[in-house]
Design a binder for this molecule. Structure first.
Ligand code: MHO
Length: 212
């Protein structure tokens, strides 16, 4: 009886550990930031739009939609939309500095949204849609502050962009990745994202992938 009890206890410990481990692995969407890679993090409203815009720039290897700047762990899209987690819809931009510099990415950032509307971008309202530059190091912080000075004359109202260190970045759910390309007939993509994308392509002087 005693042997049976010990065996049952051992089995339940093994099962408990296996379950909690797989749960953790499945649930964590925090992106480990590789110091060897060149990465920028920007929030400028809906990430469906910003991911699409930045991926169009020559020198950008990829952009990932996710959440940054909040205070909860592993937020879901619904939690972020509730405006109770403090996160902003953010993209991580992986870029090649031999083709595009961080300063040029900052130019693309200020050229692709309205940084003067607090907690709002176009039709989307709430702090999850705020304008923010999440810097990864002191050099990026310095360049971001310089970019605000450079761009302030371009807008009628003061720039309200938050400039803060990137603490954690959580990858958004997979259906949010490449959303604009995968859902061209979605009314939001047609009526909000595409006009924003086309205006950016027209105004931005940087080299685009499709113009190569
Ligand atoms: N208001 C839009 C925003 C999408 S975006 C990913 C929507 O709910 O469809 O925040």
């Amino acid at each position: 009886m005693r042997t049976y009890y010990i065996a049952a206890l051992a089995l339940s410990i093994v099962l408990f550990n296996a379950c909690s481990l797989s749960g953790q692995q499945k649930e964590t969407r925090e992106v480990k930031l590789d110091k060897k890679q060149h990465i920028a993090a920007f929030a400028e409203g809906c990430f469906w739009c910003s991911e699409h815009i930045f991926e169009e720039l020559a020198g950008v290897d990829s952009a990932v939609s996710g959440y940054a700047g909040g205070h909860t762990i592993n937020p879901t899209y619904e939690e972020v939309c509730s405006e109770r987690t403090g996160h902003a819809e953010t993209i991580l931009v992986y870029y090649n500095p031999e083709i595009i510099s961080y300063s040029q990415l900052l130019d693309a950032f200020f050229n692709s949204h309205d940084p003067t509307t607090k907690d709002r971008q176009g039709p989307d309202v709430g702090s999850s849609y705020r304008s923010a530059i999440f810097y990864l190091n002191a050099e990026q912080e310095k360049l971001a502050l310089q970019a605000v000075v450079k761009w302030k004359g371009a807008f009628k109202d003061p720039i309200v962009t938050q400039i803060a260190p990137l603490d954690k970045f959580y990858r958004a759910e997979e259906y949010h990745q490449n959303y604009a390309n995968d859902n061209p007939y979605n009314p939001y993509i047609r009526n909000v994202s595409m006009p924003r994308f086309n205006a950016f392509k027209q105004e931005c002087k940087l080299k685009m992938k499709s113009n190569n």
